[in-house]
Design a protein around this ligand. Structure first.
Ligand code: C2O
Ligand code: CU
Length: 531
């Protein structure tokens, strides 16, 4: 099954055997897996923190800094990011070691204009190889962060010392540009304005790397969006939601089989279904409070949790509740009104919230109706004085080409199911674990394909390169949160959906996978090529 690449890394799926069978887990669906599935709103198991947690709504909301280009020329803006270990103040009274882009979590926000090239050079000062993927980027495959296109550490001594890492430390000529711990990613960004995000994507180790902090937001803007005069500046709030757990010493707690993230991939058997934290972080702060004017705001919300699904609702409800103007792939054709909004891992929503109807000092709480206890809350807004903003949500936001099944040149079916990966519980697409050599589909640029996706449990399925439209869920049409251009579909247990993808842009090899990061690491990923 696995190709030369995996063997050269000294990592073999067989390493799963030790973790699974030693703990007495049978083949296929083991008991710990089932515990994470029964009647729950997310596929995963709660990992409890080992220290007292902060009171919700005591710490201030903050927005990550916007990264400044190191230089700019007629064609492009150039950025530099150093991936480094750092210490963050997340919980009161203790420091948390993190892995951060420029040493912060979330990483800095990058802002780009449509069709203006953004070049980001990453330097890896971490003790493991990394991979950077710009999620939702319409990106040539050489810069897409293919799961084995590594940015090697500047200091490889860690890897050379690590037993079992025969390939990873010793063979710098293995793949791609591996010179001196740097890698340059070039993003043409010839695509609609939208909220993208960048995160680690290393084969077998994405879950723990993102959990430690390797995730940041990237906003693409364009003239179409500017013309709508949406709330901006301090009235546009990027909101990255991540659940995390903490060990007694304040460090991030994660059930890796091998905490060095250099040897055996995967999590301990109890967490094969997914890791759910018990602390809700918003832009890296637990349950923060934001002070807002009595005016309209644009909330750009990203679910960056490893496995947790969210059902967001404001209480008390603002006038008009949540007005959705955009989704994963940018603006909707016209606004949609929601009382609540479900968001699976990796999905984004773009909401206009009108705080002007509240009396000053009203506390408006963002709830998560899929969570229990403190995890049923996300953050709080304290409304200030009413301020005129002169903004009304336009009835027409964008022109969206509607894809139809009749345009499709081929219909493919992919089953996302649990199964055994070299005799241990894992996650498979059509019965196969991820291998860099195995091509599941090959699509012609300029063509439309319909993909039928079938799930056993919750699987947020994400496709690289091109966004898609949801045609149906079972025998019904798209769900109420499926409108517009999506890059991740929230498949629920026993659900079948059909999506239409228009392939365009760049020829090459890309991946599609479950964005429950534990499922992704435990092999629920496959390749497609475009030609
Ligand atoms: Cu957000 Cu393939 O990833
Ligand atoms: Cu999954």
């Amino acid at each position: 099954m696995s190709g030369n690449d995996r063997r050269r890394l000294g990592i073999d799926r067989r390493t799963f055997i030790g973790a699974g069978l030693a703990a007495g887990v049978g083949l296929g669906v083991g008991i710990p897996l089932l515990q994470g599935l029964g009647g729950s709103t997310s596929t995963g198991n709660l990992l409890k923190s080992e220290r007292p947690l902060p009171q919700p709504f005591t710490l201030p909301f903050r927005v990550p800094p916007t990264l400044k280009p190191t230089r700019t020329d007629a064609d492009a803006d150039y950025y530099e990011i150093v991936q480094a270990q750092a210490s963050a103040a997340i919980l009161p009274g203790v420091k948390t070691p993190i892995w951060g882009y420029n040493g912060i979590f979330p990483g800095p926000i990058i802002e780009s204009r449509r069709a203006r090239t953004t070049v980001v050079t990453h330097t890896n000062k971490l003790p493991v190889p990394t991979v950077v993927h710009l999620h939702a980027g319409r990106t040539p495959h050489t810069s897409d962060g293919y799961p084995i296109d590594y940015v090697y550490p500047t200091d490889r001594s860690y890897m050379n010392q690590h037993s079992g890492m025969t390939g990873m430390g010793g063979d710098p000529a293995m793949t791609g540009d591996v010179s001196n711990g740097h890698r340059t990613y070039t993003y043409p960004l010839d695509q609609r304005a939208a909220m993208l995000w960048y995160h680690d994507h290393r084969m077998d180790f994405t879950g723990p790397s993102v959990w430690r902090g390797l995730a940041g937001m990237h906003l693409v803007r364009d003239d179409e969006e500017d013309a709508l005069r949406l709330p901006s500046g301090t009235r546009e709030l990027p909101i990255m939601i991540t659940d995390r757990s903490f060990a007694a010493d304040g460090s991030l707690h994660y059930p890796s089989v091998d905490a060095s993230l250099l040897g055996h991939p995967g999590v301990t058997p109890d967490y094969v279904a997914g890791v759910l934290g018990d602390v809700m972080l918003v832009n890296g702060t637990p349950w923060p409070v934001a002070h807002v004017d009595g005016a309209k705001y644009r909330l750009r919300i990203l679910n960056a949790c490893n496995a947790r699904r969210l059902d967001l609702r404001l209480d008390p409800q603002p006038d008009g509740a949540m007005i959705q103007i955009g989704t994963d792939g940018g603006l909707l054709a016209s606004p949609l009104q929601h009382e609540h909004f479900e968001l699976a891992p990796a999905q984004r929503t773009d909401l206009i919230i009108d705080f002007s109807g509240f009396a000053p000092n009203t506390a408006v709480t963002l709830f998560n109706d899929f969570g229990d206890g403190n995890m049923s809350q996300v953050m709080r807004f304290i409304v200030g004085d009413k301020m005129a903003d002169g903004f009304t949500v336009p009835n027409t936001l964008s022109a969206i080409e509607k894809l139809a099944a009749s345009q499709s040149v081929v219909t493919r079916t992919f089953r996302f199911k649990t199964g055994s990966v070299d005799h241990m519980n894992g996650w498979l697409i059509d019965g196969r674990p991820f291998s860099p050599d195995d091509i599941a589909a090959s699509a012609g640029l300029g063509t439309v394909e319909v993909w039928r996706l079938l799930a056993d449990f919750h699987h947020p399925v994400h496709i690289h390169l091109n966004p898609f439209q949801v045609l149906s869920r079972g025998i019904d049409g798209p769900g109420e949160f499926d409108a517009g251009w999506k890059d991740t579909i929230d498949l629920r247990p026993a659900e079948e959906a059909a999506i239409a993808i228009k392939f365009d842009g760049y020829a090459g090899k890309y991946v599609f996978h479950c964005h429950n990061l534990e499922h992704e690491d435990m092999a629920m990923m496959a390749n497609f090529t475009t030609h």
